[in-house]
Design a protein around this ligand. Sequence first.
Ligand code: CP
Length: 310
Amino acid sequence: MSFYDKDIVSIRDLDRKQIEEIIETAERMVPYALGEKRTKVLEGRILGNLFFEPSTRTRLSFESAAHRLGIDVIDVSEMSATSISKGETLADTIRMVDAYCDIIVLRHPHEGAARLAAKFSENPVINAGDGAGSHPTQTLLDLFTIKRAKGRIDGLNIVLVGDMKYGRTVHSLVDALAMFGANLTFVAPETLQMPADHVEHVKRRGADPKLTDKLEGAIRDADVLYVTRIQRERFPDPSEYNKVAGTYRIDNEMLREAKKDLVVLHPLPRVDEIDPEVDGTPHAKYFEQAFNGIPVRMALLYMILGGSGL
Ligand code: CP
């Protein structure tokens, strides 16, 4: 199956077999991601890392992944540092970066920006998060983490809690989990529940998600608890954010009724949804999850840029 020159705009662009191939390749990348093995397999290539919204994990792990493969990186982390601030369009900006690089990674505040970039770029574009739209590479590292922790994804009880409305990570993740036959529960305040089109989409893939605002009952049977931050920056009205802020907070007391091998994940950053006391428990896998961004993004760069021999 060839990934050569492929855009990764939405997780819906990939089928289950392709996702499994990425997960398998990422497993081979782990010793390189850890620095235990060295390679310059993609030396001479250039990655354009365009981040027009704040990021720690995605931006730095793409950069680290590129360096681990011998790829050079051009990094832009503010729109104001580009000629967009003079009125240049995103389309023209992408045309320029396309001329200077072999692959573009784009984070942008507007949903659909990565799809537009893919249209104007000859070289492949990877969506690193577009507004409240999607975040496909986060989903790939989430799946990789679940597979490593539980040995499978099929048939697991996966509870997603927090902001189902504006959280782009959950929008991408539920599509993929439905593809893998996981049992899904969405826990959110009524105003932040999963948008109907995503619910319909996962149903079309054969899932039968439960929607609730009660976390306590859902946690008992969960194999994976995927916690998300309420996305304050996406609320048109700050008073609406204040009504739902702090609705859910995972602490050790709450985890007492959970399965012993429950895995707690979070795409991070967290604000107050997971008490730091959980960090020291065997449930906490979210920092490992963040590290997994490196081997997964290495796998994507390697496959899309036509690497071989690793
Ligand atoms: N998970 C994630 O996308 O984190 P950053 O916003 O720090 O990249």
